[in-house]
Design a protein around this ligand. Structure first.
Ligand code: CO
Length: 461
């Protein structure tokens, strides 16, 4: 039996281990081998990779995509896209979502893993529709979480809904790495028993140490594909190791289609890369350890480190345990949203505020207010009505799909940007990350004028 393996080293693995700081030049030399190793797909793009290219690496993310595609012609390229939020933290109007998908497809993207933080599929339908129109693979994604309203039946229902929306495949995204081997087995089995026809993929993290077991049980239950990271960039907050999974699955009679010699080459290639980030402090050895705490708190590792950073800034690190204990209460009031970007940050920050101010919701953040209004979509469970009433009048609440209330912005922004944007891709970068993109455009301008001056001086010699 065949099991499809997606390699995450270019996206989630480096995002989870080294805050997405890997420049193109660090992996350029291994792209051809990656393309020939037999992977089902190469995950290489997403919100953080896009942002980091512009913000820290002085790279045009679109150009990075084209450069990867120029070498990787056989293996489909894959991205993670936040549905109506595309790469950011708020909802964009449909014109932006559609053009973004179209441009990503034109520049080389093949598989779009599309999710909504609340699993409100109204927020991914336009994205799915456009990806299909572009003739590309639309993978509907379900964010996995545990709560009284997140039952196996509910997840099966979600899969049916996704299938009826015309997705080419479905992914279970366990972004916090909290899905246990048993839960994964039961969930995948239930989905398969429900006769869902499209291929099913499973994504998890090694954070709690359960990762490889969870993936193995998911495969035993009939999952079609899993996400792994090459061993030298695996483990800890990253994915389970590709070679380990391929070796294990092979012994059980599954065929990963992977070339073990090529995998060895890829693993060796990343040894000095990893060392560089370890030496410069970007790779903190603590992310490589196993955090069993997460089993207890059920919150993603990234959210924990975010809360610690917040509390440190406010010289209130001693309140950490209290803030952690506050999360379940806030999450219940919000109707049990999955703790994934941006909700993980919103819930975490509100919990910190509640504890620091010594009173629940004395101060309600702008984002939580917008959430209570319905700007993020439909909550999985019931939201605390008292909180809604405190912030909004009944007629102010968002009733339908929030993006329906948003005016198109692409053409307007393009006009405003004028010469600063050299392509529609530039305009999209700007819409997604305005300040960061603007700085990037200015730096690009400057760099080029310096090059021109240099050439002129040269000529004068
Ligand atoms: Co992930």
């Amino acid at each position: 039996m065949k099991v499809k393996i997606t390699e995450t080293v270019l996206r989630d693995s480096q995002q989870s281990l080294i805050a997405t700081r890997m420049p193109f030049s660090d992996f350029e030399g291994i792209l051809e081998t990656l393309d020939n190793a037999g992977y089902y797909s190469l995950e290489c793009w997403g919100g953080a990779t896009f942002d980091s290219c512009l913000r820290y690496l002085d790279e045009d993310p679109w150009e990075r995509l084209r450069k990867i595609k120029a070498v990787c012609k056989k293996t489909p390229l894959q991205m993670l896209i936040r549905g109506q939020n595309i790469l950011g933290y708020k909802h964009y109007p449909d014109d932006v979502v559609r053009l973004f998908c179209r441009k990503a497809a034109e520049n080389g993207m093949d598989i779009f893993r599309i999710f909504d933080a609340l699993n409100d599929f109204r927020n991914i339908e336009v994205c799915i529709d456009e990806v299909k129109k572009c003739g590309k693979h639309a993978q509907g994604c379900i964010c996995y979480t545990t709560s009284p309203v997140h039952t196996i039946e509910k997840y099966v229902e979600m899969c049916k809904e996704l299938e009826s929306m015309g997705v080419d495949s479905i992914a279970i995204k366990d972004m916090a790495g909290i899905c246990s081997p048993k839960e994964a087995y039961d969930l995948v089995k239930a989905i398969k028993d429900a006769n869902i026809k499209v291929p099913l993929f499973f994504h998890t993290h090694h954070t709690t140490g359960m990762g490889p077991m969870t993936l193995l049980k998911a495969v035993e239950a009939g999952v079609d594909g899993i996400d792994c990271a090459i061993s030298t960039m695996a483990g800890g907050t990253s994915q389970p190791a590709t070679e380990t999974m391929a070796f294990t699955l092979n012994q059980f009679g599954y065929d990963s289609g992977l070339d073990m010699d090529k995998l060895k080459e890829i693993a060796d290639f990343f040894v000095p890369v990893r060392k560089k980030f370890l030496d410069n402090g970007t790779l903190n050895p603590t992310v490589m350890g196993i955090k069993a705490d997460i089993l207890k708190y059920q919150v993603p590792g990234g959210m924990l480190s975010n809360m610690i950073a917040n509390l440190k800034d406010m010289h209130a690190l001693d309140k950490f345990d209290e803030a952690l204990a506050e999360i379940p209460a806030v999450r219940k009031d919000m109707g049990y949203p999955p703790l994934v970007t941006p909700l993980s940050q919103m819930v975490g920050n509100q919990a910190v505020q509640n504890v620091l101010l010594g009173e629940r919701y004395k101060n309600i953040s702008k984002e939580i207010k917008a959430y209570l209004r319905g700007e993020y979509g439909r909550a999985p469970g019931e939201v605390n009505q008292k909180l809604i009433d405190r912030c909004w009048k009944e007629d102010e609440l968002v009733k339908g799909r929030y993006a329906d209330s948003l005016e198109p912005v692409f053409e307007k922004t393009k006009k405003e940007l004028g010469d600063k944007a050299r392509s529609d891709e530039d305009v999209l970068s700007y819409i997604a990350f305005p300040q960061v993109a603007e700085k990037f455009f200015e730096a690009r301008e400057e760099k080029e004028s310096n090059t021109v001056n240099y050439t002129i001086e040269k000529k004068e010699d």
